[in-house]
Each structure stands twice: as C-alpha cells, then as structure tokens.
Design a protein around this ligand. Structure first.
Ligand code: Q46
Ligand code: ZN
Ligand code: ZN
Length: 305
C-alpha cells in the first residue's frame, strides 16, 4: 500500500512519471499549486483579468474551470453548441448544471443559429466533421471573447493533446505549426490571447482531479471523433510512456525549452475579413465562405422540396 507523500495517510493516487503518491486532499492541493505555478511561469493571466474558459462538458475543460475558480481567478465559461444530437444536448446540460452549482456565468453560442449545426455542415461539405469543427470553434471563441472584452481564452488542452500534436508536427516537419505551438499565444492582429493552462497535466491527472473534486462530466466521446489521426499518435506516445514514465512531459517540455526558441514565426499578412471583420489572410475569411456555401445549399434544397 502506498502512502501519501505529504501526510502519510493511505494514498488514492500514484503518479508514475513524478513518482509520488497522494491522498485525495493532497492530490487536489498538488494539482492546484502546479496549475497556479504554470499560469505564473508562462504569464498567462492575472487575478484581475477576465478569462473565458471554453468548456465542452468533458473532464479537462470542467477541471480547468473548477480549478481556476477555486484559485480565485475571474472565470466565465463559453459553451459552443455544435448541435451533434444527444452528445451536444447532454454536454450542454452538464455545463449548465456545473455553472449553476457554482454560481458561475456560462455563455452559450448556438452554431445552428450562427451558421448551421455540425451534421448539416458535414452534409454540405462532404468531408470529415473535425476538418472544419475545430476551425469553427476557434472562430467563435475569438469573436465572442473580443466582443465581450475578455483578456484571454483558456482551453482544456492537456499533455496528451499537446504531445500528440507535437509528434504529428514533427513527423511532417511542419515548421509553421511548430513555431505556433506554444501554451500562450499573445493577442494581436484581431486575435485574443489564447492559453492552455493544463498543458503539463495528463488526461488521467485531469480526470483524477475532476473525479476527486466531485465534478460531473461527460464521459462519452463526440461521435465524430473516431478515426482521428491524433488518437493514433496518442496511443503511440502512451505505449512509450508505459515503458518509460515521464516521456510525454519530457518530450513536450524539451521542445518548449530547446527547439521552440530557435524557431522564427513567419509573419502572415493578417487583415480583417470584409464581411465579418474577423482576422484572415484572404479578403473574405474561410468561415464566411463556408457560411455562404451552407446558406446556398439550404436555399436550393428548400426550393427543390
Ligand atoms: S467535437 Fe468537433 Fe471534436 Fe467532434 S467533430 Fe471533431 S472536432 S471530435 S474535439
Ligand atoms: Zn495526504
Ligand atoms: Zn468573415
């Protein structure tokens, strides 16, 4: 039986990569302290800043919202309703309940009203949902945060996400993506600041925090998640981690320390979209073009019926 490294009581958690065990209370304390230090180290935001946490109803984003609230940051939530059947209905309810229980403010953007729900767009575009869904979410996070004057948008990306993205970017030597892969992307050119305060925590560590803090989260994956290449990269990294604990964290932290400072960011010619004013490299942003395709397809199917 392992004992808590802090108080000697029976441990409920053993973190292999850190070689430490904790009881419930001291695990939560460790998690909050590590989160606070990460926010400081990377100068993500301060206690006075208004921060928007993008929540999906899953363990990572709700753990983040809960932990930031407990640490005393000014945090509101943003739920983007993707309109993916029961999955979206359930996750929206979970986020609403979470906010209500803690008297927090949850903002909701309904994609169906803005442009069309994900299944409809998928039908129009005839391509995998994830190929446009991520872009849609980033667009609405940015425009909403700007409209409501938030200092930063925080997302629940964890170490598994970030190391899998890094592996994918390294395998294709995508220098543009590598130079932009960082836990903090500063505001400018029409973009709000974007931060990933959970990037040092594994998916499992976030799940443990959520579970031990009594957070009710959605366990189901989005039905469109299947087959995404990031899942393959996560599996590969997890099997290496299994044999050599700490690999994921080392892989990502060494990238930040050793390689990232050597990369130069290509200066893109960003300007406001002529239709919606959101930042883009083209005259009309890709979202406005997508909106137009969805609208004309919907109109033509209406006139045919
Ligand atoms: S919600 Fe959207 Fe994810 Fe579903 S359609 Fe793909 S990107 S998997 S995080
Ligand atoms: Zn303890
Ligand atoms: Zn636009």
């Amino acid at each position: 039986m392992k004992r808590c490294y802090k108080c000697g009581q029976r441990a409920v958690v053993y973190l292999r990569q850190h070689r430490i065990a904790f009881c419930k209370e001291h695990y939560i304390e460790w998690y909050l302290k590590r989160l606070k230090e990460t926010i400081k180290e990377f100068r993500m935001f301060d206690k006075e800043d208004k921060v928007l946490v993008a929540v999906s109803g899953g363990k990572d984003s709700l753990a983040l919202w809960d932990a930031l609230n407990r640490l005393g940051y000014k945090v509101d939530g943003l739920y983007i309703d993707l309109g993916i059947g029961e999955y979206s209905q359930k996750s929206k309810r979970v986020c609403q309940d979470f906010a209500k229980e803690r008297s927090l403010r949850l903002n909701i953007v309904d994609l169906k009203r803005e442009i069309g729900d994900i299944p409809t767009i998928k039908e129009v575009e005839k391509r995998p949902a994830c190929s446009f869904c991520g872009q849609l979410k980033r667009y609405y996070m940015n425009s909403f945060a700007k409209k409501e004057s938030y200092k930063a948008v925080a997302t629940g990306h964890n170490l598994d996400d970030e190391s899998a993205t890094l592996l994918s970017n390294v395998l294709s030597w995508n220098m543009g993506y590598l130079s932009r892969q960082f836990p903090v992307l500063l505001e400018g050119d029409g973009f709000v600041r974007k931060v990933k305060p959970l990037f040092k925590f594994t998916e499992k560590e976030n799940a443990l925090y959520a579970f031990l803090s009594g957070i009710n989260f959605v366990e189901e994956e989005c039905p469109f998640a299947e087959g995404a290449s990031s899942i393959e990269y996560k599996k590969i990294l997890s099997s290496i981690e299994e044999k050599s604990p700490g690999t994921k964290l080392r892989f990502y932290m060494d990238f930040l320390r050793k390689l990232h400072p050597l990369l130069t960011q290509e200066k893109l010619q960003i300007k406001p979209c002529k239709l919606c004013q959101e930042p883009t490299t083209a005259e009309i942003c890709s979202l406005c073009r997508l909106r137009e395709r969805v609208r004309s397809k919907t109109l033509s199917s209406l006139s045919n019926s």
